[in-house]
Design a protein around this ligand. Structure first.
Ligand code: UDP
Ligand code: MG
Length: 154
């Protein structure tokens, strides 16, 4: 099964949308392996957003991501990296489909509420960057037989 790192960004917490966003992942049938609240520092953000540190908007992004606590989650599911990106919608919320988190709930690209890993490889890397081993839980989810066919959950 793939893993994805989710960050509910400061705007999600400030706007009281954490529950609304988490609900959408739960309803999909994804398993929460870990969840915690934390503040992000410059070093962690530079590693997480290494592909963006030379962009003109990076300083503003960094300041915003440090502006209040975030909730980080590790989610697991069959081919979940792609399906979670679909649930998020486009990076620019004004171009995100209705029905997606960003399409329904956000307007500004720099205030798009939530991060999700963009590849299977990055999902593994990002979960390892934000969670210690003891913070991730391996458990059986009783509804799996109703969410997956056998070959999908093996
Ligand atoms: N971002 C921004 N301005 C831009 C592009 C990106 O503020 O022109 C921010 C935005 O919050 C985005 C984050 O940088 O979510 C990471 O960018 P990426 O291209 O990885 O988009 P994502 O994977 O979050 O959709
Ligand atoms: Mg990204």
């Amino acid at each position: 099964m793939e893993r994805t790192l989710i960050i509910l960004k400061p705007d999600a917490l400030q706007r009281g949308l954490a529950g609304e966003i988490i609900k959408r992942f739960e309803r999909k049938g994804l398993k929460i392996l870990g969840i915690k609240m934390m503040t992000l520092d410059s070093a962690l953000l530079a590693a997480h957003y290494a592909h963006l540190t030379d962009k003109p908007f990076y300083k503003g992004l960094e300041e915003f991501m440090k502006s209040s606590p975030v909730i980080v989650m590790a989610l697991e599911g069959y081919e979940c990296v792609n399906s979670i990106r679909i649930i998020l919608g486009a990076t620019n919320p004004r171009e995100a489909e209705a029905g997606t988190i960003r399409g329904d709930l956000a307007i500004g690209t720099g205030r798009n509420l939530v991060h999700a890993s963009d590849s299977k490889e990055n999902g593994e890397k990002e979960v390892a960057r934000f969670f210690k081993a003891g913070e991730l839980f391996d458990y059986d989810k009783s509804e799996y037989a109703l969410i997956y066919e056998g070959h999908e959950r093996s």
